[in-house]
Design a protein around this ligand. Structure first.
Ligand SMILES: [Zn+2]
Length: 466
């Protein structure tokens, strides 16, 4: 006697499915069934098809299904409106202080709202279903309401720093104000109940946070079930600062404060010594690798970075695309390709960061860093229905033999056909189902021009633009 078929909302069958489950099973003729916002079943097409009664069935023979990618670090405001404006011959300090901060400061709340929506659109269209914001949002309420219209999953936070840099700055008042920002955002957008969008303490990091802010941000995050994210050590400026002011390098100082741990994601983490690498591993601190930024910004990820050593010690390395003037695109598949290649070449070691490890970085490791492993990162019954259909009906997907190599080395986000987040189909046949893309592209061009003009920045080009 066989059981009656289970009613499900959607069945996609006859697809390649890369599950990223505990055994890393890949089904060549697989099916995935959804009920509401959750995955009900994943497995061989014949087995799943016989076990369910679907309201809607999609023939997946044209598709490869993967979990949605998790972008561990992206600046969703400012830079999406000014993509690729900043010259590629600027050093880190010039880049940040002469270009990126003036861009950030020139925005109005309406610019930030549009920018975040546009960043979300680009991520969804290239297969990213969840992101952690980098910590440079000023108008948080406008950004959250804008993001909610796109269907994406996110952990965001308002710009938080408190270091008194100017002689007449009031250190106590600066810290007090930053703490109030953190407390208020965590109250307004709590992680409890696992909503699509929630707030974290998103510290800018580097040398911008006092010890008090680090300690209090960590306490609040742990109390509220959130994570903490911060930039650290893309350049020797950070370890030099901490050495000069505390006698310890940056990560060693954070360890001394007791703020390292699995709740924390540190972005860049390039200029580290062996003790800092060991501290990251021992504490379970996540590292967010932004390889495209490192390449354009000449950070030295391959020359000085210890990513292979971190991986060998078990550090959870996730991937980010950073700002659209550094990474320039929000396509995690391009970031995966770069991650897979740069250390093989620089160390002359083809065993470093295989396609398998890199696909883990873009899915499971990102979910872990985002404190969402229980919900996303793999396609398994009970997890949220966040997944991507990659279109095999394209040259880069033909022929198809090793699907993992193909995902990392051959394909990119432009082959993403459809995307589901939380059981909702947010991209269908290469278009957002929720956003008027044509209008948004026109709005972004207009808003970008406004921000550049308000910042008083040029639009440099070495060649005559006539
Ligand atoms: Zn960043």
């Amino acid at each position: 006697m066989t059981d009656a078929p289970t009613p499900v909302d959607l069945l996609i069958r006859n697809a390649w499915i890369v599950t990223m489950d505990g055994e890393r099973r890949i089904f060549r003729d697989g099916a995935i069934a959804l009920v509401g916002d959750r995955i009900h079943a994943v497995g061989p097409s014949a087995e799943i098809t016989a076990a369910v009664q679907a309201k809607e069935t999609i023939d997946g023979s044209r598709f490869v299904v993967t979990p949605g990618f998790v972008n561990g670090h992206i600046h969703t405001t400012g830079e999406p409106l000014t993509r690729s404006l900043v010259p590629d011959d600027t050093d880190w300090r010039t880049n940040v202080f002469d270009w990126l901060i003036p861009i950030d400061m020139a925005q109005e709340p309406r610019h930030e709202r549009l920018s975040a929506q546009f960043a979300a659109l680009e991520m969804l269209r290239t297969g990213t279903t969840c992101f952690v914001e980098a910590g440079t949002i000023m108008a948080l309420d406008e950004v959250v309401s804008g993001l909610a219209e796109t269907g994406i999953r996110a952990r965001v936070g308002q710009w938080a720093q408190d270091r008194a840099f100017a002689a007449d700055d009031d250190q106590v008042a600066l810290t007090d104000r930053a703490l109030k920002v953190l407390e208020s955002e965590l109250d307004r957008y709590p992680t409890a109940g696992d909503p699509l969008i929630a707030a974290w303490p998103a510290l800018v990091g580097h040398n911008t946070a006092t010890d008090t802010l680090w300690i209090e941000a960590t306490r609040l995050a742990k109390e509220k079930g959130a994570g903490v994210t911060a930039h650290m050590s893309p350049d020797p400026i950070d370890p030099d600062y901490y050495l000069a002011t505390t006698g310890r390098r940056a990560i060693t100082h954070l360890g001394h404060l007791g703020v390292l741990g699995s709740h924390l994601s540190l972005t860049h983490a390039i200029h580290l010594d062996d003790e800092e690498v060991r501290l990251l591993a021992d504490s379970g601190t996540n590292v967010t690798h932004c390889p495209m930024t490192a390449m354009k910004g000449a950070y030295g990820a391959t020359a000085a970075g210890k990513f292979p050593e971190m991986a060998a010690l078990g550090v959870n390395i996730q991937l980010g695309t950073d700002g659209n003037n550094n990474g320039n695109v929000a396509d995690m598949m391009r970031a995966m390709f770069v991650m897979a290649g740069i250390f093989k070449d620089s160390r002359r070691d083809p065993t470093l960061f295989s396609a398998y490890r890199v696909l883990e970085a873009g899915t499971l490791n990102g979910a872990r860093g985002a404190q969402l492993s229980h919900l996303i990162g793999s396609l398994e019954p009970g997890k949220k229905a966040d997944f991507v259909l990659h279109d095999r009906d394209r040259p880069e997907w033909v022929p198809l033999f090793n699907v993992v190599n193909q995902l990392v080395y051959a394909a990119d986000g432009r082959g993403v056909h459809s995307v589901w987040v939380d059981g909702q189909r947010v991209v269908e046949n290469y278009r957002s189902t929720l956003i008027d893309e044509e209008k948004m592209f026109a709005d972004v061009q207009q808003a970008g021009g406004e921000v550049i003009a308000r910042a008083g920045l040029p639009v440099p080009c070495e060649w005559p633009v006539l």
